[in-house]
Write a protein that binds this ligand. Structure first.
Ligand code: DGI
Ligand code: FE
Ligand code: FE
Length: 395
């Protein structure tokens, strides 16, 4: 029987690590070919900065020129609807009865293999080749493989010996977005690098792309609030004489970390070394700005420090706020969906905001602190200090 490997992935973009895995599997298990098979985007994966299917397929074709035994397959992309590995293998084994397929996966995928759809069917239809990783993770892969073998004694599960590859597609996208593509040149096939450069892929984060991703990940109400904040912040920013772009971006992202529980916010901040104060530990929701700024940097490749700071401080404000920080803070408080029965003068502040932004920030802070005091909530030092600064000016 002919032995053929299949390496699937979103390949956004394909890089030398994918090719190294394909080569190692081919060599170690005597495969005649490896089919590189770009996959559709699973719903749980981020859609942000995702190249089109045509682009991902084309880049895979460019990369495959490295080795005549790499064959590019659009088998998954051309099928209707969601594609699952078990279904793909069912179709392929029917179409190619004289082939033994070796399905190649990363070590991390092996660890959560049981959460795939119909894993037992995958193991009936194909051999599994999992990339072992260097160091600690290698043990995890070995344990995962051992437990799968125990559970499925008939299955053919093996690991591919391979150095841990020092780069991921995400890091490649990040390098391009942050204007340092040379940093990752060595990890990309020359033709892929040149194509990404020439076509300016992964080069600019746009509002509409961020908007689409927020629409996808945020609950409907939170998304509409975020759009409203973006538009109102941009309106204030323009009236102060600026280009609205940064306000739109800060506004649409300001609550991107809002959907987590207090405990989750604290533990995620700790995981990513975002500093947490004692007050924040007791009132986890206060951290959604700081964690949001972290996500803006790491997931959405925002590098502008002013945008990041406007996201960070949108809940508490901070002493010495920049104009961008003020407009996001204020728009968050005043956007048209906001109705606060406890603050009857919201419309009054809305009027003032376009004439005197500082006065409006002062009134918003004053109302917030009154409300927090009345409801017996703990005041963050930053909120208190910001208010003190404005008090000096207006009282
Ligand atoms: O995320 P949003 O709901 O759109 O708005 P936000 O990020 O401004 O959060 C609003 C809440 O945060 C509002 O109920 C007031 C509260 N808040 C602001 N400063 C402090 C505060 N809560 C406490 N406990 N302490 C503060 O210093
Ligand atoms: Fe918020
Ligand atoms: Fe908000």
């Amino acid at each position: 029987m002919k032995k053929i490997g299949i390496l699937g992935g979103t390949f956004n973009p394909i890089h030398n690590g994918h090719l190294a895995l394909a080569s190692a599997a081919m060599e170690q298990y005597g495969l005649e070919e490896v089919w590189l098979m770009p996959s559709k985007l699973p719903p749980h994966k981020s859609h942000f900065a995702m190249l089109s299917e045509e682009e991902r397929l084309y880049l895979t074709r460019l990369a495959a020129k490295a080795n005549s035994k790499f064959i590019v397959s659009d088998f998954e992309l051309t099928r209707e609807g969601l594609t699952y590995t078990a279904d793909t293998l069912e179709l392929l084994t029917k179409e190619f009865p004289d082939v033994r397929f070796y399905f190649i996966i990363g070590g991390d995928s092996l660890v959560n293999f049981l959460s795939w759809r119909r894993p037992e069917r995958i193991l009936e239809l194909a051999s599994l080749l999992a990339a072992g990783r260097a160091g600690y993770e290698e043990e995890q892969v070995i344990f995962a493989a051992a437990s799968l073998r125990k559970q499925f004694p008939e299955a053919d599960i093996n690991t591919v010996v391979l150095d841990d590859y020092p780069i991921s597609s995400n890091e490649i996208r990040e390098a391009f977005f942050t204007g340092e593509p040379e940093r990752v040149k060595q990890y990309l096939p020359d033709r892929v690098y040149a194509y990404l450069q020439e076509n300016r892929l992964f080069s600019k984060v746009t509002f509409s792309e961020l908007d689409a991703e927020m629409q996808r990940i945020l609950p409907r109400k939170r998304y509409l609030h975020s759009v409203a904040v973006a538009h109102l912040a941009a309106a204030y920013y323009v009236s102060l004489g600026y280009d609205p772009k940064h306000a739109l971006i800060a506004g649409i992202l300001h609550d991107c970390a809002k959907a987590y529980s207090d405990e989750q916010l604290v533990s995620d901040c700790e995981k990513y070394s975002v500093p947490v104060t004692e007050v924040e530990r007791r009132n986890g929701f206060l951290l959604h700005g700081k964690l949001g700024a972290y996500y803006a940097r790491k997931r959405y490749f925002i590098t502008d420090e002013e945008i990041l700071s406007a996201i960070s401080y949108h809940t508490t404000g901070r002493p010495g706020m920049t104009d961008l920080e003020k407009v996001v803070f204020l728009a968050d408080y005043l956007e048209p969906f906001r109705t606060q029965p406890t603050t009857p003068d919201l419309n009054e502040i809305r009027r003032i905001a376009f004439q005197d932004i500082d006065k409006a920030v002062y009134l918003a802070l004053k109302n917030t602190l009154r409300y927090l005091g009345e409801s017996g909530q703990e005041i963050d030092m930053t909120t208190a200090d910001t208010f003190k600064e404005y008090q000096k000016r207006y009282e």
